[in-house]
Design a protein. Structure first.
Length: 239
């Protein structure tokens, strides 16, 4: 039995997404559910001299699609995203550390599906840059049945979950009693208390893509996500 999180794949998600991944034994991309327009699935925020700005992967206007079926018909978006990242972060202290990886993503590879792009970015950043050892799986592997909360519970049972870690926004629709009846412990993730880090273009904001943290603090990024909670682990600049 294991601790599990189930979340739709997001495009270059913020640090809280990776905080949840770090908390669990198995992270399941929930990409066989309905795609939601104007959401984190295909866009995120970066810092610019004028404030935060959206970078969005164009995926067409069709609404009734599963996330895993969303295609990326426009080939020009990748070069534009790389140009935006380069313009706004090339002077960041650790931009060079990750430059080769992001050039590969945006300039050398072609992405046909949003889910493929998102899952590659999330898993690579988690494993290679943040040192996370969580197991990654895709929800379609489990063939879960039912609707909404019932389907989520069926997925968790098939995944052998003893505990489920959820973001705080899910409190609005999750039936805690249903989890208790199935013997699955429900754990609510708190995003409170994240320390600030050296970030260009004040005022500081936490709600930006993980790339902002990576480019600004490099390999010390894990401390600013979860390391600060660990007793006896000092701030990177104090070591």
């Amino acid at each position: 039995m294991r601790t599990v999180a189930v979340i739709q794949s997001n495009y270059l998600p913020w640090k809280g997404y990776f905080d949840i991944i770090h908390d669990v034994d198995r992270f399941i991309f929930y990409d066989d559910v309905q795609f939601t327009k104007n959401d984190w699935r295909n866009r995120n925020l970066v810092k610019t001299p004028a404030g935060t700005a959206w970078i969005t992967v164009p995926v067409g206007r069709a609404l009734h699609r599963l996330i895993r079926d969303v295609t990326i018909p426009d080939r020009g978006w990748a070069a534009k995203h790389w140009k935006t990242l380069h313009q706004n972060y090339s002077r960041a202290p650790h931009f060079g550390t990750f430059r080769e990886f992001f050039e590969h993503v945006y300039l050398e590879r072609a992405w046909d599906r949003l889910s493929e792009l998102n899952q590659f970015l999330v898993t690579t950043i988690a494993r290679e840059f943040l040192g996370i050892r969580t197991e990654f799986r895709d929800s379609f592997e489990y063939e879960a049945s039912g609707q909404r909360a019932e389907r989520l519970l069926d997925l968790l049972k098939k995944a052998g979950a003893a505990a489920y870690v959820s973001g705080p926004a899910a409190r609005e629709y999750i039936d805690e009693a249903a989890f208790a009846r199935e013997g699955i412990r429900l754990e609510w993730k708190s995003y409170a208390g994240y320390p600030e880090y050296p970030q260009a273009h004040p005022p500081f904001t936490h709600q930006v893509s993980i790339v902002d943290l990576l480019f600004n603090v490099g390999r010390d990024a894990p401390w600013y996500i979860w390391g600060w909670r660990e007793e006896g682990r000092s701030r990177p600049e104090e070591t």
